[in-house]
Structure formats: C-alpha cells, structure tokens
Design a binder for this molecule. Structure first.
Ligand SMILES: C=CC1=C(C)c2cc3[nH]c(cc4nc(cc5[nH]c(cc1n2)c(C)c5CCC(=O)O)C(CCC(=O)O)=C4C)c(C)c3C=C
Ligand SMILES: [Fe+2]
Ligand SMILES: [Fe+2]
Length: 348
C-alpha cells in the first residue's frame, strides 16, 4: 500500500486556438485553406446546398490565386506569422504556467488542427480543459466556430472532460494594456493627428442574428456594452476602443472605429460600417495627415494586419493625399500579452 494516496488531480489542459492559415503560400494550399474556411456554415451562413457548390466551384477557385499572391508577400522564413506567433505564444505561456498545466495550440482551419491539439491533451489525461480562442471580441464566425468544433470533437470521446471556454476578452485589462503600451510607444516617436481602430468586419446580418431579444439594431444599442449585448461583436469592438482610448488619454474626437476585410459579394449584403477604406480616404480632406492605426481584433500579426492595414491602407491613404500612416504591431509575444493570457487562465 502506498503511504500517501495518489492524487486524482491531473494537469490542467489549456487549448489556445487561432483562425488558421494556409500550409504554404502556393495556390493549391491557399485553395485548400479557403475551401475549409469559406464552407464553414458559421462564416458563410447560406444553406449548405448553395454554399458548397458556390464556394468550392466558383468563389474559391477565383479567389485562391489572388490570395496566394498576397500570402507570398506575407510569408517569412518562419512561415505564416499567425502560425509562428501562435506557437511562440504557446511556448511562453507554458513556461509561465509551469508543470501543473499543459498548453496546446491549434488552428480552426488547416494545421495544426484543433483535433491534434485536443488529442495531445487527451493523451496527457488532463484533468479539465480551458479553451481560449484568440479572438478578443466574440463573433459566431470565429469564436463560435471554434467552440462548435471543440464540442464536435470531444462529444465523440468516451470520457468527456470538464471544459470551459473563455468566450471573449474585449475588456480584459491585460489585453487593453498590451495594445495601449504598443500604441504609446508609437506615439512617443512622432505626433499623430488621429487614431483608427480598425476591426475585422462581419456581415451586419451576423450581428442581428446574435442579438438577444432583438436588443441590437446596429445603432446606439452598441454604444454601451451591457448584459443585453454581452455577445455582440459590434458592442465589444466599441468597448475595446473606448478602453484603449482611455488608456492612451484620447478624447472621442481623436479616434474613429472602423471595420475592414469585407468579402465583396455580388449579393452586396452590408457588412459592419463604417468601412476603413472609405473612412481613411476622407481624412486628408479633413486635415488629418498623420494616422496611427490599430487592428485590435487580432492578437497576432497576420495577413489582415501586416498587408491590409500596414500596406494596402497606407497606400490608399497616401494616394488620397495623406502623409504618414503607421500600423501598431499586434500583441504577438509581447511580455504583457503573455502575462495577460496567463492571468486569464489563472482566473478561469
Ligand atoms: C477576428 C476574427 C475574425 C472574424 C470574425 C472573421 C470573419 C470572416 N472572415 C472572412 C473571410 C476571410 N478572412 C480571411 C483572413 C483572416 N480572417 C481572420 C479573422 C477573422 N475572420 C484572420 C486572423 C485572417 C488572417 C489569416 C492569415 O493567414 O493571416 C480570409 C483569407 C484571406 C483572403 O483571401 O482575403 C478571408 C477570405 C469572412 C467571410 C468572415 C465572416 C463572417
Ligand atoms: Fe476573416
Ligand atoms: Fe447593438
């Protein structure tokens, strides 16, 4: 008989998840990635009988070669930034959390898959699993899709462990402090006339579908983040912006909240507005010459930050007569961000 009873407590599993990225910037790999991404019913919420033939047969074949060119611009020696920042974050969070925890990293689309990351935790017989989708603001198309995938996988396990989800962290003090610190460092280098908080867009329809008891009407309802719009993407984007502005001592007239990356569709369904590309073209006419741009919907640099905000918007701003456009780097593996993630896990 052992002198002390063995503890029944195992390690705590932590699953960090980001969106996903192609395995390489080759058209074939980009096509495979887009096929998986854009046939997800939470991303493109059309009936499956239309979605699959339309996207696999028309949209993705047309888009893949163009997207591949952009991914070629983004690619580094270490591959896609979204992937290597995620793997680096996982390592650093593991070091900080210590041996009582086991941290795994997965992507919603492509590799490393959520399935492989969950299997790592299962093999280690973790006691319970904390899932942190790396999306600060809740969207059914991003966070919701990760939650659905995790539940689909574990529902097939014979023993289903206790699982908790950190569904959003739009107002998390550590997340806000990381971006504010990065922003202040840029502001110390030069004077800016205006700040833009540019979030990934989603169709307006997605916000309305998630509206509880019809509370959200894409108007002032989103101005205050409260129990009625707890999971409203738009309300959370405004709340993040307000908190960032407060942390950087910005008055309301010194910043604008905008939405980027809308998928142009012939159906012309509206996405969240105002659109970043339209707003920035009006800045020079208003005497705004120096703009500091944040992309707070992303905690790791990726195609949407480095290329869209850092290069494409910069070019558009300059063509419209603007002076200096500067992207604030994302949280990536900033020590404050690693600490913020560790705190969120500890609090869970
Ligand atoms: C912030 C979280 C994200 C939400 C919400 C989201 C919604 C969403 N996205 C598309 C279409 C595309 N997004 C693409 C890239 C992309 N999207 C996110 C995050 C969210 N998307 C990230 C982190 C990335 C970058 C990935 C990388 O590899 O760096 C792309 C691919 C690029 C391109 O071809 O333009 C598409 C397409 C839709 C339709 C959508 C809807 C609800
Ligand atoms: Fe996206
Ligand atoms: Fe609202």
């Amino acid at each position: 008989m052992p002198s002390t009873p063995a503890s029944t407590k195992g390690r705590i599993g932590v699953l960090l998840v980001n969106l996903g990225t192609p395995d390489s910037p080759k058209t074939a790999d980009v096509r495979r990635y887009l096929n998986e991404f854009l046939t997800d019913g939470r991303v493109v919420d059309m009936p499956a009988a239309i979605r699959y033939p339309l996207f696999r047969g028309v949209v993705v074949p047309l888009r893949a070669p163009k997207s591949a060119k952009v991914y070629q611009q983004l690619w580094t020696e270490r591959g896609s930034p979204l992937l290597f920042h995620g793997l680096d974050l996982k390592k650093m969070v593991q070091e900080q959390l210590g041996n009582d925890y086991l941290v795994a990293f997965g992507m919603r689309y492509q590799n490393p898959s959520i399935e492989s990351a969950l299997q790592e935790l299962r093999d280690a017989a973790v006691d319970r699993i904390i899932v942190l989708p790396l999306f600060p603001q809740y969207a059914a198309a991003s966070t919701g899709s990760v939650q659905e995938k995790v539940m689909e996988i574990v529902s097939k396990w014979w023993v289903v462990p206790s699982i908790s989800f950190i569904s959003s962290f739009a107002d998390d003090p550590g997340y806000i402090n990381t971006f504010a610190t990065l922003g202040k460092a840029e502001m110390a280098k030069r004077n800016y006339d205006h700040v833009v908080f540019s979030y990934h867009g989603i169709p307006e329809r997605h916000v309305l579908k998630g509206s509880q008891n019809g509370y959200c009407k894409l108007a002032n309802c989103c101005n205050h983040y409260n129990k009625n719009n707890r999971y409203c993407y738009r309300a959370q984007c405004y709340e993040t912006s307000r908190l960032l502005a407060k942390a950087m001592d910005l008055a309301p007239e010194q910043y604008t909240v905008t939405f980027q990356s809308r998928l142009q569709s012939r159906l012309r369904d509206p996405w969240l507005q105002p659109y970043t590309d339209e707003v920035l073209k009006e800045f020079p006419g208003k005497g705004i010459q120096n703009v500091l741009a944040f992309s707070p919907a992303f905690v790791a640099d990726c195609l949407e930050t480095t290329i869209e905000v850092g290069e494409e918007f910069k070019e558009m701003f300059e063509e419209a007569g603007g002076g200096h456009w500067q992207l604030v780097a994302s949280c990536n593996t900033h020590p404050l961000w690693v600490e913020a993630v560790v705190d969120m896990i500890h609090r869970n």
